[in-house]
Ligand binder design. Structure first.
Ligand code: ZN
Length: 317
């Protein structure tokens, strides 16, 4: 991890970072983020011109590769953004803003801000339902974060309603596939069903524990098996929730070991971070460098899809 950070110029040099990003974002031609025209722009020259500034020959607007991305208007050099993304993507349990600030020589607040922007950009990458005919999806909930002792007295016990101020997280994992996790402040049959039917193909086999909230919605799926954890049953044939529990163990170790305390407000962003790493995991043959590159392309690729007129792309949060 630190080898790549030391040796790769894109993490040290702003020009190298920009050229790296241009090669990836403009793979199929340099396009104008204002009017969308491809391959019809001219590099601008001049003593006061920013490097990498182009002018569109169609709409005459100037642009760089970062226009409309979360890097736009940022005073943080692009190489530091890429380095922070690399650090988050290469660490299985995440990396604290404090450690990133030390490694990149940035103020703590700046590192904290960057980490949250990167996490936010990893959200919304969801496409289509999980599972399908003959596929198995495991569903489970767990209580995450929230060290009661660290909170201000007045807030104690007021959030979430989970044990010890922890927040309920509901996760769906397709076996040999992807995870999607959700902060679910209220765990009822109704809220569980809302997530399940929106996220899982009805033909899937659904594996859960014996929580009563799964009973009725389970009938809407191809097959539903509920293992009886209360009676010590964890595996019955192919019925188990070991895959989703494994995801939760990575999440809990990361949240407890790396981030110590996660507020209710930011929990969804941390979930996006852990989901992303899990879905682009090494077991699927994805290297740290590939994961980082994919995540950056996701960040930038969003600008045309999510940007509305008069809205800066980095205001979409
Ligand atoms: Zn244009």
């Amino acid at each position: 991890m630190s080898d790549a950070l030391l040796s790769n110029p894109i993490f040290h040099d702003e020009t190298a970072a920009r050229e790296w990003l241009e090669a990836r974002i403009w793979k199929h031609g340099r396009f104008c983020p204002h009017c969308g025209v491809v391959g019809n722009s001219t590099l601008m020259h001049g003593k006061t011109t920013r490097p990498g500034l182009y002018q569109c020959n169609a709409c005459r607007e100037p642009f760089t590769v970062t226009v409309g991305t979360l890097y736009e208007r940022s005073h943080i050099p692009l190489n530091k953004w890429l380095a922070a993304t690399h650090l988050l993507m290469a660490s299985k349990k995440g990396m604290s803003a404090l450690q990133i600030s030390r490694m990149l020589g940035l103020p703590y607040k700046t590192a904290w801000f960057m980490c949250h922007r990167i996490r936010e950009s990893l959200r919304e990458n969801i496409k289509g339902p999980l599972g399908g005919a003959g596929r198995t999806v495991e569903a489970d909930k767990a209580y995450i974060g929230g060290k009661e002792g660290n909170k201000h007295k007045i807030k104690r016990g007021r959030i979430g309603g989970g044990a010890g101020g922890k927040e309920p997280v509901f996760a769906l994992v397709e076996r040999e596939g992807a995870v999607r996790s959700f902060h679910l402040p209220l765990v009822t049959a109704k809220t569980l069903r809302a997530v399940l039917v929106a996220q899982v193909d009805r033909r899937s086999y659904l594996m859960t524990d014996e929580h009563s909230g799964y009973k009725t919605v389970g009938q809407e799926f191809g097959r539903h098996e509920a293992v009886r954890h209360y009676t010590g049953e964890y595996v019955r044939g192919d019925a188990h929730t070991n895959t989703v529990e494994n995801y939760f163990s990575i999440l809990k170790r990361g949240i407890t070991g790396t981030y110590h305390h996660v507020s209710q407000q930011h929990l969804k962003r941390y979930l996006a971070e852990f989901d992303y790493r899990y879905n682009e995991r090494q077991a699927l043959g994805i290297s740290d460098a590939e994961r980082m590159e994919k995540s950056v392309q996701g960040i930038v690729g969003k600008r045309l899809t999510y940007r509305r007129p008069n809205q800066r792309a980095n205001e979409q949060a």
